[in-house]
Design a protein around this ligand. Sequence first.
Ligand code: FAD
Length: 537
Amino acid sequence: MIETPVLIAGGGPVGLTASILLSQHGIASLLVERHPGTAILPKARGINARTMEMYRQIGVEADIRAAGLPPERTGLIVWTESLAGREIERRVPGRADPRNIGHSPVRNCLCAQDDLEPVLRRHAEAAGPGMLRFGTELTGVSYGPEGVSGTLTDRASGAEIPVRARILISAEGAQSGLRHAIGARMVGRERVYDSVNILIRADLRPWTTHRPAALYFVEQRDLRGTFMTINMHDRWGFLIHSLTAYGMKPEDLTPERCAAFIRQAVGVPDLPVEVKGVSVWQASAIVADRYRDGPVFLAGDAAHEMPPTGGFGLNTGVQDAQNLCWKLAAVLRGQADAALLDSYHAERQPLATMITEAALLNATSMGRETRQEGAVLPRREFLNEQGLIFGATYRSAAIVPDGTDPPAPADPVTEYIPSATPGRRAPHVPLTRGGAAISTIDLLGRGFVLLAGSAGGAWVEAAARIATPTRPGVVPHRIGGDLVDTGGGFHAAYGIGPAGAVLVRPDGHVGWRSADGAADATGALVGAMDRILGRAA
Ligand SMILES: Cc1cc2nc3c(=O)[nH]c(=O)nc-3n(C[C@H](O)[C@H](O)[C@H](O)COP(=O)(O)OP(=O)(O)OC[C@H]3O[C@@H](n4cnc5c(N)ncnc54)[C@H](O)[C@@H]3O)c2cc1C
């Protein structure tokens, strides 16, 4: 019998990130992945700036960048009749606009999933106390208020070991059996279109180097596809869209047939092409109507499936893990009430619904559902989703409202207005420390953090005092002490006066704010922590 506080089913990006996060919170977990290794095909490649902020905060960013391509080398989106033929249009995605880049100290990164997962696996294995077992499948799960039990099957030997855990995270992807076991209903549209993901080795530099892009769409009468940049040289993904609408059957997609489609899409009939992998998949736009039942939590594609148009599946999934893991850690350490865990669904499910709807609208605007005559270019929101990336507003019992409303942009998909209204991502403000550039974002992400105004010394002293064995500590910073607000923008960006303070949760979202000083700073802060941690109404 194996016993572990947290069992993670699935070693994709979401499960691996959950393992790293739990280890950093000091919580032991066991991750099981039924495949012998990490992904063998690139699926996701676009790691957005918000996700990269999290990976910076947990020390993984540099290794992801080393495995991927910098945004400067993939700064365009190109539409062509064929790669060697007429260019229809090229766009700089809104996400690359200098105004939008300024929302974060961290840029997005293009890193193919089969390059990303080994990085995450290495960090998860190095972190500890979390453990990982590849080639091991979780089956036969039952659960009740006390926890979860199931069977771990070694896929090579067939050996079975019973397992018990207090918490189970299903990071099993779209095939999650647990989403059905907990009675979740998947709401939305299933099977919006079908597609095939082909990994190739071919030197496409002659048609790409002069216009470095993340995506090269090919729009032909009988073939609509996308070249997905991986290394900008000889490793590329190719998606053929809407197979059924174009009369293609999965069984026809032999490696030879795929190579012929790729030569047609490049427009070079004798191009040397090696097909390394072929995977047929279906795009759905569905979100679970419950993310949790008792000790079982859904995260990532297990909780939501969305068309990849917009590049949100992985990003939304690993941010689920970011939201969930600090809450699990606080509850398992006896530093929060179990009620805190209810905020996971309350905060993440509505956001996933909004993102999934946007991804579906992108796909629809690109004419993915039916056969098209001629090119169909996407709506302007496509890859211009700053609002969805940075502008999430959580509303739950783990957020203490301060009576203010978050800004209401005209277009919540494309527009991000920085704000530290409780529930929002704590905004980026450039600072210096010891002369070195640093961002407010760099102060966050491992535990609770208090950011106090320049005259907020009382808050700093209070924060340093409130940790007890049953209450997590808070790391305080006064902006205006060793942290210099070089641009003078901190107080306005955080909506506080010099004597005010903001309490930021370990996931980088503002949990509480006091625009000004308080007669009893310690009492106010303890009250805020208790509410966030589910201990007070
Ligand atoms: C063509 C394409 C392009 C995409 N592009 C992007 C993009 O640019 N950006 C983006 O954010 N997203 C993108 N996505 C989506 C992204 O790939 C997924 O959202 C992401 O893989 C989800 O991660 P996950 O960890 O939830 O699930 P998965 O990656 O599916 O991993 C789940 C893992 O769980 C394992 N497993 C399942 N059941 C069990 C069990 N019982 N026991 C043990 N192991 C189990 C599986 O073997 C699998 O390895 C794209 C997807 C596709 C198809």
